[in-house]
Design a protein around this ligand. Structure first.
Ligand code: AMP
Ligand code: MN
Ligand code: MN
Length: 327
């Protein structure tokens, strides 16, 4: 389908429907929160009834965003909504248990590993963030951007590009961000709140993982356990953005973080320097993501998951380096 047909389909869907249920991925990040709230506010502005589902709430560093009070943690039966739409999720499992097996009418996403699970799939892997897609296309779908929506969209662009420094940062992303500033988004304050500011607990939590940091060749890895979370009094269930810190190790091509989630469930994150693809490794573990930032949720004890993931990662990275030498 070409872009025109796709945009026309989305315009029609919006115009012809009244009640919308919006969802995004579990352990939501800045792009997930920014895009769900921005899409929700934009639909509300034209009189639609919108339910913004975020079962885990909003992480602390994103808690002051416009529309944060309109979220809900539970929903009516999914069939009662005219449209179920989701943002920033590469597969349906990522939407959490409330939407298992439900028909998803529309999805907007930018993951290269997206499995096209919705009726209408607007997926652009070149986009730096789902929020960048919305910044470009909301007006094309006849939805307006105001200062609040611009703030939300810039939050997603800034967080997913880690302040315009991931390798997929494009001049287009910068132009969209500049347009969002013209709509009233305050870049320095979003930068400070969503990206730079840390809580004491968060930094303390990192400390446990940093003590166990290991390196072999050009790969470094470490773990965050449930006991660390408790001892640091960290109340999130994510990596507390430790991945960004790990990826700053200059001599490592790949960093891997293992976060114990609950018994026999480990969240694994990969980060790589340009030239090494970690999305395929994550995909092979039933996860997904981007070329240089990917993740997977894996069943098993921390130590066994760690051993298996390290083995597969070392093998894949060695293969990739070999095929680059041949070229
Ligand atoms: P993270 O390591 O959680 O910051 O995620 C890095 C990228 O991988 C993000 O774009 C995520 O959406 C994606 N990702 C993380 N975990 C999963 C998963 N279990 N399944 C699919 N994609 C994932
Ligand atoms: Mn995301
Ligand atoms: Mn994203």
């Amino acid at each position: 389908m070409n872009d025109m047909d796709l945009n026309e389909k989305i315009r029609r869907l919006i115009l012809d429907s009244n009640t919308f249920l919006l969802a995004t991925h579990i352990r939501p990040d800045g792009d997930a929160i920014g895009s769900i709230l921005a899409f929700g506010l934009a639909l509300k502005k034209i009189g639609k009834e919108v339910t913004i589902l975020l079962p885990e709430g909003i992480p602390q560093n994103l808690n002051n965003l416009p529309g944060n009070h309109t979220i809900v943690k539970s929903i009516k039966p999914a069939e009662e909504y005219d449209v179920i739409a989701c943002v920033d999720a590469s597969d349906q499992e990522r939407l959490g248990e409330l939407l298992v097996g439900k028909k998803i009418d529309l999805q907007i996403d930018h993951h290269i590993t997206n499995v096209m699970f919705a009726e209408i799939n607007f997926v652009d892997p070149k986009a730096v963030a789902t929020c960048a897609i919305l910044a470009e296309y909301l007006p094309i779908w006849k939805l307006q951007i105001d200062d609040q929506i611009a703030t939300l969209l810039l939050t997603g662009i800034l967080t997913d590009s880690i302040g315009f420094r991931t390798s997929n940062t494009s001049s287009k992303a910068l132009r969209l961000a500049a347009d969002l500033m013209d709509y009233g988004a305050d870049l320095p304050s979003i930068y400070q709140e969503a990206l730079v500011g840390r809580t004491y607990q968060q930094v303390n939590y990192w400390g446990f993982a940093l003590q166990r940091l290991q390196k072999h060749g050009n790969i470094a890895w470490t773990t965050l356990t449930l006991a660390d979370r408790k001892q640091a009094d960290y109340n999130g269930n994510d990596d507390a953005d430790l991945n960004t810190l790990l990826s700053s190790i200059a001599e490592c091509e790949v960093t891997i973080l293992f976060v114990e989630q609950k018994e026999k469930h480990v969240k694994v994150s990969w980060r790589s320097k340009p030239g090494i693809d970690v999305s395929q490794i994550a995909f092979d573990f039933n996860g997904g993501g981007h070329f240089s930032a990917a993740g997977a949720d894996i069943h098993g004890e921390l130590s066994e998951v760690q051993e298996l993931v390290l083995q597969k990662s070392f093998a894949s990275i060695a293969d990739q380096s070999k095929s680059q030498e041949i070229k």
